[in-house]
Design a protein around this ligand. Sequence first.
Ligand SMILES: Nc1nc2c(ncn2[C@@H]2O[C@H](COP(=O)(O)OP(=O)(O)OP(=O)(O)O)[C@@H](O)[C@H]2O)c(=O)[nH]1
Ligand SMILES: [Mg+2]
Length: 449
Amino acid sequence: MSSDGPSYSQDTIAAVATAPGRGGVGIVRVSGPGISTIARSVIGHLPKPRYASLVRFLGDDGTALDQGLALYFKGPDSFTGEDVLELQGHGGPVVLDMLLKRIVGLGARIAEPGEFSKRAFLNDKLDLTQAEAIADLISSGTAQAARSAMRSLEGRFSDLIAELLATVIEVRVFVEAAIDFPDEEVDYLGDDRVEKQLSDIRRRLKDVISEANLGALLSEGASVVLLGKPNAGKSSLMNRLTGRETSIVTHIPGTTRDIVGDIFQLDGIPLRLIDTAGIRRTGDAIETEGVRRAVAASEQADLVIAVVDASLDKPQQKLDLEELEAASGAGMVIVSNKIDLAGAGAYEGIAVSAKTGEGMEALKTNLKKHLGVDGSTESGFTARTRHVNALEQALAAVDKGHGELTRNGAGELLAEELRFCQRHLEEITGEFSADDLLGEIFSTFCIGK
Ligand SMILES: Nc1nc2c(ncn2[C@@H]2O[C@H](COP(=O)(O)OP(=O)(O)OP(=O)(O)O)[C@@H](O)[C@H]2O)c(=O)[nH]1
Ligand SMILES: [Mg+2]
């Protein structure tokens, strides 16, 4: 989406850009057409663009509120594309608030969350994936997530989408031309050129999907629920994975009754591990509620680890597993726990011992595989579920169009699907976007960003 002019709004917006609390430096950021008036009133002059000057920040009665550095960026050469003023004062909440109020008194209004980034997007300084990458970089929970957010910010994801779009548009133009000029000698749709290009698009889309999937995992994480019969060792396994004694472990079946959550980093993927009550029928009202919550949690989960006690006899293990399969609401990784007691033999799923730590590496590799990651978690770029969904819809459209061509020779329907494909790809970078989508995305940003 492009703006019509250099700035999309008449409003001048202001916010404290540094984190709340006390710090050495606190920054008030201002963007919009009112910058020169504000600068002249607060610091006495409009500073030379891109040079730091040490100034006093003046209140409306001319007394100094604070002193610090003023930085002026003249639009369009600024983050938002508009005139931007940054006042770097001392990082105390009261001082910063006084400065902000002074600027609002001069006609600015307080910025909404993400509004600076939104203006940058609307003024074509960033595309949507880059704007989202800023938020992801700020909120990244692991170094891998931060590195991939940085790569998205630098445009790696957008570039891939742009390359795909170029090919899709090329094929679309070709197909539409073939439809419009059916009398040409050559049967354009009949030769294999279009089909080759469609296969190429599909292959590239699939690659981007798997990378975006990892990128989304790195930035959004995944929830993993431990499900099992009482005493199977769910809590022990959770504590073993996190390395913390978060969940209570005893030999008494029915120890865990509530949902117990903890964070666990799986090669840089932030996992929310959720320990639950053992699944069984019981007369105990508290435990019954615990079991209900366990099943409900599994329905919300990205993945379930089904824990079976391998020290029980085989028929019992089989029954337990069947019960878990019936109860679970998500894909399952099966784990046979307590193999230190059970000894050598054949087990369902991955053989582990929460007590000795045996099998943990195999479990981690398997968890990654089930989350759609094989190999390294070093993703090329950060992404979100929104992107993965759009890519999948783009792929579905190409698949459908390809089918229409090969089965029915229907060029018109292929052209139509290619148009859908293009639209889904454009949703990712924001070239095609609905206002409510923009509102949704930017409202999750922090103030001042
Ligand atoms: N030998 C052995 N004992 C284990 C292992 N894992 C758990 N246990 C023991 O099994 C018992 C139950 O462990 P918990 O982790 O509390 O089991 P749980 O599945 O959380 O049980 P509930 O919360 O009651 O549903 C405890 O006495 C643990 O020490 C293991 O791998 N080997
Ligand atoms: Mg437990």
